[in-house]
Design a protein around this ligand. Sequence first.
Ligand code: PEP
Ligand code: MG
Length: 788
Amino acid sequence: MTPHRKKAPFGITTLEDISTLILQSHDLDETLNNIVSLVARRMRTEVCSIYLLEDDHQSIRLRATKGLSRRAIGRVVMRIDEGLTGLAIENGRVISILEPNKHPRYRYFKETREERFHTFLGIPLFDRREPIGVITIQTVEPRQFSPEEISALSTIAFQVSSIVVNARLLDSIRRKEEESNRFARELEMTRKNLREQSREEPEEAGAEQEYRTLRGTVAYPGVSIGPANLLDERLGFADILDEEGIVPEKECEKLEGALEKTRIQTLYLEKRMADRFSADDAAIFHTHLMILEDRGFLKRLTGEIRDKQHSAPYALKKVVAEYIEGFSRMDDAYLRERAADMEDIGRRILANLVGQKTHHLHLKNPGILVAKELLPSDMATLDHTKIQGIVTEAGEKNSHAVIMAKSMGIPAIVGVKSALKLIHPDEPLILDANSGTLYISPSEQIKDEFERLEQDRIRETSRLEKYRDLPARTRDGVELTLRANIGLIGDMAIARRNGAVGVGLYRTEFPYMARSDFPDRNEQYHLYRRIIEGFGGDPVTIRTLDIGGDKALPYFTSPKEDNPFMGWRSVRVSLDHRDIFRTQIEAILMAGVHGPVKLLFPMISGMDELRGCRRIIKEASENLAREGIEFKEKVPVGVMIEVPSAVYLADRLAREVDFFALGTNDLIQYVLAADRNNPLVSKYYDPLHPAVLQVLKDIGQCAERNGIGLCICGEMATDPIHMTLLLGLGFREFSMAAPFIPRIKGFLGKISLADARKIAERALELEEGSLVREQIRRDLLTHGIKVS
Ligand code: PEP
Ligand code: MG
């Protein structure tokens, strides 16, 4: 027998450590593993293991070990009437044995490789009086444990017992919770299904029913109250029947005449649309003209007349229906939406064919427009000053209704099933396009409530009006620059109305998205020039195409990707399509002659990409010079910092660019691995996460160190709490959706830079995003600023 080893620092400290371990651990197995490691270390034994009784009460299973093969965990199961561990349970007392392999109850499990051990100590674990497992110790050298050691181990066994019991209890509570959550989910599904059904067959307004509601998808948020303006009186194909005894030549002539008239009207619609909206919005009528002149379309029409002896209207009905059917079956949302164009064209030809005056949609009074769908020609002809809201049955995201609503800032919901059937002309409506709900014939009480909200909104808007022409200034007089993020041409007016100082981010993919083909260099040049000139000398930062991720170009096939946000997107696409990329840069350089413009590259993740972009700028300049076209030679070049690798390379990037644009929308999603559009992980998408704050601080310092410009252009700056922090961290230039500008100016006027700095300093100390938010909210309150 070897002499007694020097006593290890066991006892109270070990018990305290175990309590800490229990507090820190997240689950039973982790806790047990931590305990066995600690005990083996403190007792200087080669092995410490924990076995727990199985549900059958007849066998025990190895749950944690330090010293035996880890592969044995969960695998070694023994009956309680075999082996020494079982004996500890059977006898319900401590078993301490030298040379265990000589004991009659010894049982060898090859998975454990325990033949090397000469000492075995087993202490049973109890739940009240019932044994629930065993903690065992084994040593290579034969060893006698002191009574103190055994007593300390027994105390540990007692503690382990209680955590096992607690863990099992928690487990059963968790299972119950899961069950009740599942039940709640099922209940919600059932309710949803019922709601879906009631969308199709809504309850009739009964005695107790004060109003009816329909639901749809929000296309443009806002609230609107007004009577229903139904748009259901268009000339349709339903009444067109075939005729007997037609003269094909005559029918073909009639058709040709109608087509010609329609072509002229289409040119007129295009012009009208360009005047009212923009050349981009009008581009859709180019497509219509192309269809009206398409040989395939015309051949099919005349084929139906000549070969099948159909009348011209009937031939038209057939061919248009086939086209619509074909488009509707397309996978691609953009192509599906072309069915609406086909319907629009078909109706207009039909009107000309049957000699009916094109039905111009005259809205008598202002109201909420309810339509099956909004066709491109509706966009051109409707008097939009009378449209207070838009509700459509069709629900495609690319629909013209959505584009129209957005560019005019009209609250809109789409995908409202059977709306035309369920709403009567002039019926009072409340459109809550924040939640996607339409209230039909609401009670006075509901109307009052919405009117009050609407009044509040109007008051708030006019209160903020005064900020439009004032500079963005903190309470202690520090001036900031607030620019606008824009996409469609309509955003220009909104930006100016809200007092934006130029454009910090022009997302050029938006005009590309609203078209049916890539715009050529000249078209892009005119568009960019119009924007640059529209901001009267304030700089406009034009970002090159940022497609991919959630932004697809309808006419540009991109591969189906499992992970599009990590995929072929943004500058990666541009660098792989040099012609498209060069054309865009040439257009930007040409437009640069008309005012201050900056060139911004998105999603840069390494120096090679930046240098690739620089090479394209060089090629573009050489091309323009060769062609003798005037262009701006020295345009400031910047990169978006929105990928973690760019954060790490920031100093190197800074040496080769004129400015950074910090795209917090993407940056947050990539830093935190939380999809910016996925509600399931929205709680992880936290702009105030300490890791995000650290990145922001580092990038701010990097830009300052390198003496380059820096603009924050993600949505982050639209929230006063975030703004406080950004201000305190030293940022001075921001770009945001323009409607937020007056609000942020109003907020800035209440806070001093000195206070913001202190608040940011404190925030950087905190370890959780929610704590940061709470702290800033509290700090602002101490300065008399209440934010929600
Ligand atoms: C961003 O990522 O923060 C950004 C401004 O760009 P986008 O939202 O267009 O990706
Ligand atoms: Mg981005």
